[in-house]
Ligand binder design. Structure first.
Ligand SMILES: Cc1cc2nc3c(=O)[nH]c(=O)nc-3n(C[C@H](O)[C@H](O)[C@H](O)COP(=O)(O)O)c2cc1C
Length: 146
């Protein structure tokens, strides 16, 4: 009997602060991300607002690590802080080479971000944010199809 090959995945969550924030910058980050991620097998979500980036990367462990190393060198953001890095067996954003999300009303106000809420967020709370986001995406897709 052939044994089933279990492919390990990793997810990584970090937050950072944009150094420049405009439409062109976001467009350029997302275009490069989607091209590269489709090639390397990464998926995920990038939450952004002028005062924050909050990103969820998932995929083969080596690809997640290499991409995060590149992201850390990017001068379009600063104060990069890793929040969570875990081996996992499932993807939250399987059909998104990099989904883009603006900050939802249930996330954080500018005042909260300014006072450092993301620097204090617990790893499980960060994951819960993206789990909620991914569930919302699925609900939206189902609504659209019915
Ligand atoms: C907030 C932010 C998120 C990014 N996310 C990704 C990503 O998911 N994948 C990726 O390949 N590059 C991402 N980048 C871009 C990388 O920092 C880097 O510019 C890019 O990987 C270089 O690609 P290249 O080696 O093809 O030139 C991101 C950059 C920023 C500022």
């Amino acid at each position: 009997m052939r044994s089933k090959k279990i492919i390990k995945l990793k997810h990584l969550i970090y937050c950072s602060k944009p150094t420049c924030f405009d439409f062109e910058t976001i467009k350029s980050i997302l275009t490069t991300s989607r091209e590269n991620n489709s090639r390397t097998g990464l998926t995920g979500s990038l939450i952004y607002r002028s005062d924050l980036y909050f990103q969820f990367l998932e995929g083969p462990p080596g690809a997640v690590t290499d991409t995060y190393e590149k992201i850390k060198l990017d001068t379009r953001h600063s104060e990069i802080q890793k929040i969570r890095e875990e081996i996992t067996d499932r993807r939250l954003f399987a059909s998104w080479a990099m989904r883009e999300d603006s900050v939802s009303t249930w996330m954080w106000t500018r005042e909260e971000v300014k006072s450092g809420i993301l620097k204090r967020i617990k790893p499980h709370q960060a994951l819960a944010t993206f789990e909620r986001l991914s569930r919302g995406a699925d609900q939206f897709i189902h609504t659209g199809e019915s």
